[in-house]
Design a protein around this ligand. Structure first.
Ligand code: F3S
Length: 393
């Protein structure tokens, strides 16, 4: 891989320990993927923040990087294992909380914004069409590529951090125009609402693996619906981006091409519900995977007016969205009904089993998939309205 004189000096340690280590990681990655050069990025987003995933070894490595490492571009952070302010209210024990706060502290020292959300594009990390970026967190990656039209591979937390510290990423994969073209056309009836978009994502993600689909037949889609579609697509397969004819910014380049075609009916799409219909009484109902936007939170709050929540109902979002909700009186409505707005985390990355939870209901196809396959929970996948009903009746 070609390195400029300055990049060589970074690799030889002239810019300090962290830059050298970061450059070693990027050069190794570039060699694996046969990248010809590095390109500058405008933003980074880092996953692998929960102490559940980082552990002591990971923390030690991060401490070493933080000895002299500082990020050079706008860099945000994925959810942690707990609400940073209300961890004891969540039932998190002190030992876990202290370890989690050590992880946060080390990222803070490197100049990373402690956003703790999987929706960085909703909290100010919003790149432009065509920007090269380095994001980890599969749902954010697919959103950035597909809906924003920025260019990122599915980075790991470490490679995204290495890019944040150097401002560079290897030029391969989705940074290259021709690798962004769809290879399979998927004809679908118009999905209705975020839940149906999420179900569509699970079904298509399974069928196309890591191919890039071009959807035809979707006449309108809100950003929150595309968020749900992308998160589901990326969770079951390796889909790094999608196009929707007439809607996403790069789709028009490819609508004349001939490619393999799949056609799905509404019942094909909704069949995924049957797979997540465990006969259990959910101990926790959670909405907000990926984290809720203000629009979604507002809609949920309206559906909770004059209702009483009987079970634990978590609405997960970023702290920034919650602050806005506080200002608009949305939080008060939610809390009056007995639900909880949980920030900085979600039940997938929190130590959920330690909180005594083994059964869950959610409207998120991604949340359902990970809750079952990663956290070994019994899961019911319900629409948003059904989740609210389950929590309140
Ligand atoms: Fe976000 Fe947690 Fe879902 S990190 S995408 S809410 S699994």
């Amino acid at each position: 891989m070609y390195l400029s004189k300055e990049e060589e000096r970074m690799l030889f340690g002239e810019f300090g320990y962290a830059v050298q280590k970061a450059m070693e990681i990027l050069v190794a990655l570039g060699k694996i993927y046969d990248a010809k050069k590095l390109v500058p990025v405008t933003s980074a987003h880092i996953s692998g923040v929960s102490y559940v995933n980082v552990g002591e070894d990971g923390l030690e490595f991060l401490e070493e990087l933080a000895s002299d490492g500082r990020v050079l571009v706008k860099t945000t952070l994925n959810p942690t294992g707990m609400d940073l302010d209300r961890w004891s209210f969540m039932g998190i024990n002190r030992e876990f909380a202290e370890n989690q706060l050590r992880v946060i502290d080390v990222y803070k020292r490197m100049g990373i914004e402690i956003t703790c959300t999987c929706t960085p594009y909703l909290v100010g990390n919003a790149p432009n069409l065509g920007d090269h970026i380095a994001w980890s967190e599969s749902s954010a990656v697919v959103y950035a590529n597909s809906v924003i039209g920025a260019r990122t591979n599915r980075e790991s937390g470490i490679s995204a951090l290495a890019t944040a510290i150097t401002g560079k990423t290897p030029f391969y994969g989705l940074h290259i125009e021709e690798n962004r073209q769809p290879t399979v056309e998927v004809r679908v009836p118009q999905p209705n609402g975020e839940f149906e978009f999420a179900c569509l994502g699970i079904v298509v993600g399974r069928l196309v693996g890591d191919c890039i689909p071009l959807f035809r037949g979707i006449l309108h889609a809100e950003p929150d619906e595309l968020k749900a579609l992308g998160a589901a697509l990326a969770s079951v397969g390796g889909v790094p981006m999608f196009h929707v004819e007439g809607i996403t910014p790069e789709a028009e380049k490819y609508t004349d091409r001939t490619m393999e075609r799949l056609t799905l009916t509404h019942s094909d799409i909704m069949s995924v519900r049957e797979e997540y219909a465990d006969e259990v009484d959910p101990e926790l109902i959670f909405l907000g995977c990926p984290h809720l936007s203000l629009t979604e939170l507002k809609r949920i709050a309206l559906s909770l007016v004059k209702k009483n929540v009987r079970k634990r109902l978590w609405l997960c979002c970023s702290k920034q969205v919650k602050l806005e909700a506080d200002r608009l009186g949305i939080t008060q409505i939610v809390e009056a009904a007995g639900a909880t707005i949980v920030c900085d985390t979600c039940p997938v990355v929190a130590p959920i089993r330690d909180l005594g939870i083994s059964t869950i209901a959610t409207n998120s196809a991604k949340g359902a998939w990970y809750s079952r396959n990663l956290n070994n929970l019994s899961v019911r996948l319900l629409s948003t309205e059904e989740c609210i009903r389950e929590a309140t009746e």
